[in-house]
Ligand binder design. Structure first.
Ligand SMILES: *Cc1c(COP(=O)(O)O)cnc(C)c1O
Length: 405
């Protein structure tokens, strides 16, 4: 795990800021994860030179294609931005007038079919294009399998632009391969939210192999690139549309070349700035993401997994004799390593989280399970030099809470 440079803390403090120990994983609210020295060096280098963004995006496309097995790719400011661009691409295609009209979808195919079980707070990104979600399938125990094929078929119409699929949720939904089969029978693309897919690139490649037309991946999560980066990978024509709608079009028509083209096609006029212009990325993000993707292909994912398990084991062992908590490290075969801390009641879990976030050094842990009286520790972004301070803070905060009640 990356070593911090000697002056980085001094610079952060000179800005009037204090870093925290990130024991939450790669959360956007902490700026995702710590970047490796080569990724930081690429960002620093890009900051020192101006480079045409279109050329950087084409270079990124080649690397994204290598990593994911897709035909092409582009970079936007996060997986949410990529979902937005992907939806806009499915709606407008290469129709310049349609690109110009969005988010007004009058006369366009603008329905996106979605499993009820896949509705989530990130689907704003898709709806923001002007698309209307058409839900199918059921939720909850009495629905049995949740979704039948005929329900998806019935949700498709002449107005369907795409089917959205959330790869993280596999219960109450049709398998991706079935969704792809039905979608392609109807000539409809499938847009997969793969933002948080972890582990090696094979896990992304599998989605493309299953026939996903577009996948949106966070640059700052498993890829360990810049927090404000995301990958949209998939069919070349859709990536081209996304690119047309994202890149700046403040350009003299004769001097413009269609992105991702050989340059030998007949000259065409560019569209005006599209809806995705608000999701631009800078040189630093694209450069950092390219290096992060290259590292992601080569990283020893098994060794990383072992390191996380070791950290989790150390934390669980240290908390063994501490009253008021029971700590369980996830078994090594689980995709994401973590330690679950179980308390007597939600109020205790909440008090401990609050004390961790406000003490010194500040520690941020997973708090979404407080209603179940649990906190979660993720080792993903914890540097080697932070493991002991993290353990000390956990022991003290939990003891203090126990002593106070
Ligand atoms: C994190 C996440 C997103 C958003 O990704 P960003 O890269 O932060 O934009 C979208 N969908 C899911 C399922 C996520 O986990």
């Amino acid at each position: 795990m990356a070593i911090v440079s000697a002056d980085s803390l001094a610079i952060i403090e000179s800005l009037g800021l204090r870093p925290v120990i990130n024991a939450m994983g790669a959360p956007s609210r902490l700026g995702c994860t710590v970047l490796s020295a080569p990724v930081r060096a690429a960002m620093d280098a890009a900051a020192q030179h101006c480079i045409p963004i279109a050329e950087m995006q084409e270079r990124a496309s080649t690397v994204i294609a290598e990593v994911t097995g897709a035909e092409a790719g582009c970079v936007a400011s996060g997986a949410a931005a990529c979902l937005f661009l992907g939806a806009a691409a499915c709606i407008a295609g290469e129709d310049r007038a349609a690109i110009d009209r969005l988010p007004d979808t009058t006369g366009l195919r603008d329905e996106i079919a979605i499993h009820r079980a896949h509705r989530n707070p990130y689907d704003h990104a898709v709806r923001a294009t002007g698309a209307r979600l058409v839900e199918f399938g059921y939720l909850g125990g009495p629905s049995g399998v949740g979704t039948h094929r005929w329900q998806l078929e019935a949700a498709l119409s002449q107005k369907t632009a795409a089917i959205y699929y959330l790869s993280a949720i596999t219960e109450q939904v049709l398998p991706l391969s079935t969704v792809v089969e039905i979608a392609h029978q109807h000539g409809v693309p499938v847009l997969v939210d793969a933002a948080g897919v972890g582990g090696p690139p094979a896990n992304l490649r599998r989605l493309i192999e299953h026939g996903a037309d577009l996948i949106a991946v966070s640059g700052g999560k498993a890829i360990a690139g810049p927090a404000a980066s995301g990958v949209l990978a998939g069919r070349r024509d859709l990536i081209q549309s996304a690119t047309l709608q994202q890149q700046d079009m403040f350009v003299y028509p004769d001097l413009w070349r269609v992105p991702l083209s050989s340059g030998e096609e007949e000259a065409v006029e560019p569209p005006h700035n599209g809806l995705g212009r608000a999701m631009k990325v800078g040189r630093e993000e694209v450069a950092g993401l390219i290096v992060a993707l290259q590292e992601y292909m080569k990283r020893d994912h098994e060794a990383e997994r072992r390191r996380w398990s070791e950290i989790c084991g150390r934390i669980a062992a240290a908390l063994l004799g501490v009253p008021g908590v029971s700590a369980t490290a996830a078994p090594p075969e689980r995709a994401w390593a973590d330690v679950a801390l179980s308390f007597a009641d939600p109020a205790s879990a909440r008090r401990v989280a609050r004390s961790l976030e406000t003490g010194r050094p500040r520690v941020f842990v997973g708090t979404m399970s407080i209603p179940r009286a649990e906190l979660h520790i993720s080792p993903y972004s914890v540097r080697d030099d932070e493991v002991q301070p993290l353990i000390d803070r956990l022991c003290n905060a939990i003891r203090d809470n126990y002593d106070s009640v």
